[in-house]
Design a protein around this ligand. Structure first.
Ligand code: IPM
Ligand code: MN
Length: 362
């Protein structure tokens, strides 16, 4: 197949991990006979430096035309002045919103080779396989903001339609998995959460009676996620709760450097990005963990290009690299981590090996 992929490296380690993911996509294209065309544009701090804007019009245009967007990370200390009018993060929020990508999928499936890297006891992690569906274009992230010398406010609002579409997405996913949906809110305090709960309750009853629904308050969810993570299948929640809970959930996998994400809307185009940030402390050193970005490329193959076999091949290649103990500094014992290129090379070699096996089977 032919596909146009827009690459937005962004800032910090974003450039290093997207380069790794692109090399993996090139390997997939070569092995499976696809033609992927890559185009690169600016976003975040890099875009502010070059154009004054975190999301230049040329970037958004290219994103609208692309079949899928692969993104690194945005932000860094040099653009973090609290008084700054423009921030790198605005570029990320704006592109998610402009493309209508309201459902952010963040799968968490700890790998046996990295159980020891998690602060959670290994016996609690065995068999954990969950997906957080985070609402991505509404809530407090996008509400009106005010600020004067003595006070500030951020408005959180949700419409029924906004809740319905993301919950519908989560239900469809749950149906294809273990059929269990946990909706997370703060309905004992927030009006938006009460609307969220009522809407979810009704939608599941009317459209997905075969899906088992439970509600959790976000504070107790934060606890249960660590105490009994195996219980969860699909977790759906609003924008900010999802942001917080997925950083927490990354510790089940052992590192933020392992968690990919897919941001989807009603069309085929999606943004695929690791959930980690630009990691200014290690940027430019060639030691960032590329696996989350590579696994995001796998999600791109699956969700935007419909290439399930290729997606599974990449996931198995990462899994085999982890099994072989190819671990970057965030996962390895102190001083024993491999460099970004070594981890990437292990994945590339495994993709080739996997494809030879596939050819044999054919
Ligand atoms: C994420 C990030 C972003 C978010 C930031 C960089 C704006 O933390 O993708 O989780 O809060 O959505
Ligand atoms: Mn986050």
């Amino acid at each position: 197949m032919h596909a146009n992929i827009l690459v937005l490296p962004g800032d910090g380690i974003g450039t290093e991990v997207t380069a790794a993911a692109v090399s993996v996509l090139r390997a997939v294209a070569r092995r499976y006979g696809h033609e992927f065309h890559f185009e690169e544009r600016l976003i975040g701090g890099a875009a502010i430096d070059a154009t004054g804007e975190p999301l230049p019009a040329a970037t958004l245009d290219a994103a609208r035309k692309a079949d899928a967007v692969l993104l690194g990370a945005v932000g860094g200390p040099r653009w973090s002045d609290p008084k700054a009018k423009v921030r790198p993060e605005q570029g990320l929020l704006a592109i998610r919103k402009a493309l209508g990508l309201y459902a952010n999928l963040r799968p968490v499936k700890p790998h046996r080779a990295t159980l020891g890297a998690s602060p959670v006891k290994p016996h609690l992690l065995n068999g954990v396989d969950l997906v957080v569906v985070r609402e991505l274009t509404g809530g407090i992230y996008f509400g009106d903001k005010t600020r004067d010398a003595g006070a500030a406010s951020d408005l959180c609002s949700y419409s029924v339609a906004e809740i319905e579409r993301v919950v519908r997405h989560a239900c469809t996913l749950a149906r294809a998995r273990r059929g269990k949906l946990t909706s997370v809110d703060k309905a004992n305090v927030l009006e938006t959460s009460r609307l969220w709960r009522e809407t979810t309750e009704r939608l599941v009853r009317e459209e997905f009676p075969d899906v088992t629904l439970e509600h959790q308050l976000v504070d107790s969810m934060a606890m249960h996620l660590l105490a009994k993570p195996r219980e969860y299948d699909v977790i759906v929640t609003e924008n900010m709760f999802g942001d917080i809970l997925t950083d927490e959930a990354s510790m089940l996998a052992g590192s933020l450097g392992l968690l990919p994400s897919a941001s989807l809307g009603d069309g085929k185009t999606g943004i695929y990005e690791p959930i980690h940030g630009s990691a200014p402390d290690i940027a430019g050193k060639g030691i960032a963990n590329p696996y989350a970005a590579i696994l995001s490329a796998a999600l791109l193959l699956r969700h935007s290009l419909g290439l399930e076999r290729e997606a599974a091949c990449v996931e198995q290649a990462v899994s085999a690299a982890l099994d072989a103990g190819v671990l970057t500094g965030d996962l390895a014992p102190a001083g024993r981590g491999v460099r970004t290129v070594e981890a990437t090379r292990a994945v590339l070699e495994n993709i080739e090996a996997d494809c030879y096996v596939a050819e044999l089977r054919d």
